[in-house]
Design a protein around this ligand. Structure first.
Ligand code: KIV
Ligand code: ZN
Length: 390
């Protein structure tokens, strides 16, 4: 079996940030973006520049900071949005304008109040302007999975004719099923893409808990870009979780012959960093990065794992970057151990931040016997409001 490269498009800073409790300050977005780059994602969607001044500044800052990754900015199919995104992305090493319009009848009638012909014109015009103002253009047919497939293909054809090289098929409301989604992707591949150099992307929400399964089904049907977020954060029930997608492909490479650029040992640090930024952590039983993902409580399981971890572990904790707890942090720990632990958790602290944290760490260790990762995250750098940081 030959292996196909799957591009990982991370939207933690855009779709992720759109969910309740997930808003991030500028400095936090920058450190998250740095971690995403360490992780090896192909595209960072850094924000929706027209939505707010804060979003605009974040996209500018991430574009300046992350030089190895394509930076995307989201916009509606409205010229003012597109020019704003182009301005935010102008210093990016490689810029991508991601423009979207809904294609389902329900959105056309109640939200956009537009005819199908008007939506085709909006898509064509937006993609044309975007392609003159960025290195690449991605076009999304919002609510594609509840849209008429003939119409989705018509809109996609107009987008490709005007310069889009990535076509995204979002399951905006997390409604589709794996076989149905795969059929939609196959239709787009056969009827729109053919032998053109155009990437099919998938973007799944998790309202029925199927975001990862749907994304994998779509990849099998021909999609070569997957949109996802750290810890699966995102609108409502979230987006497809990056760590679950990547580890499913890694662990089941026997059935899914795909490659990607991700350094899986950076998954846990990315998850921990995001948890320290947003106002909620991951559920303990969350696949890959939850506190219990590698914990064994039952005696039979403990015996099995001690004899050979393969009995109950399909991947090693080290392969996803869960640090070995050989060093227990307490009141006798020095700065080196503390810095090393923060690094393992994905924090890149400077000297003044260490100088601020260390005495507070010692004070805490005086009160508690052991200091755990959650405690370190609570001590981590103070939030810097966008207005001050900018
Ligand atoms: O869920 C969705 O449809 C989106 C688009 C903007 C891609 O987030
Ligand atoms: Zn979305």
């Amino acid at each position: 079996m030959s292996s196909t490269k799957i591009a990982i498009f991370d939207t933690t800073l855009r779709d992720g940030e759109q969910s309740p409790g997930c808003s991030m300050y500028l400095e936090e977005k920058i450190s998250m973006a740095r971690q995403l780059e360490r992780l090896g994602v192909d595209v960072i969607e850094a924000g929706f520049p027209f939505a707010s001044e804060g979003d605009f500044r974040s996209v500018v800052a991430v574009a300046n900071e992350c030089r190895d990754t394509t930076i995307a900015g989201l916009c509606r199919t409205v010229p003012s949005d597109i020019y704003k995104a182009a301005e935010a992305l102008k210093t990016a090493r490689r810029s991508r304008i991601h423009t979207f319009v809904a294609t389902s009848d329900i959105h056309l009638e109640y939200k956009l109040k537009k005819s199908r012909a008007e939506v085709i014109d909006m898509a064509a015009n937006a993609v044309r302007i975007a392609s003159e103002n960025a290195d690449e253009v991605e076009f999304s047919a919002e609510d594609a999975t509840r849209s008429d497939v003939d119409f989705v293909c018509e809109v996609f054809k107009a987008a490709v004719e005007n310069g889009a090289t990535v076509l995204n098929v979002p399951d905006t409301v997390g409604y589709t099923l794996p076989t149905e989604y795969a059929a939609l992707v196959r239709a787009v591949k056969e009827r729109v893409v053919g032998d053109k150099n155009v990437t099919i992307s998938v973007h799944c929400h998790n309202d029925l808990g199927l975001a990862v399964a749907n994304s994998l089904a779509a990849i099998e049907a021909g999609a070569t870009q997957v949109e996802c977020t750290i810890n699966g954060v995102g609108e409502r029930a979230g987006n497809a979780s990056l760590e679950e997608l990547v580890m499913a492909m890694a662990v089941r490479a026997d059935k899914m012959p795909y490659t990607n650029n991700i350094d899986t040992t950076q998954l846990y640090p990315a998850s921990q960093l995001l948890s320290s930024i947003v106002s909620f952590g991951v559920q303990p039983n969350k696949a890959i990065v939850g506190r219990n993902a590698f914990a064994h409580e039952a005696g039979i399981h403990q015996h099995g794992v001690l004899s050979n971890p393969l009995c109950y572990e399909i991947m090693t904790p080290e392969s996803v970057g869960v640090p070995k707890n050989s060093i227990v942090l307490g009141k006798h720990s020095g700065r080196h151990a503390l810095i090393a632990r923060y690094e393992a958790l994905g924090f890149d602290l400077n000297d003044s931040q260490i100088a601020d944290i260390y005495p507070r760490f010692i004070a805490l260790a005086d009160r508690k016997k052991n200091v755990y990762d959650q405690d370190l995250m609570a001590l981590a750098p103070v939030r810097v409001p966008t207005a001050i940081a900018a």
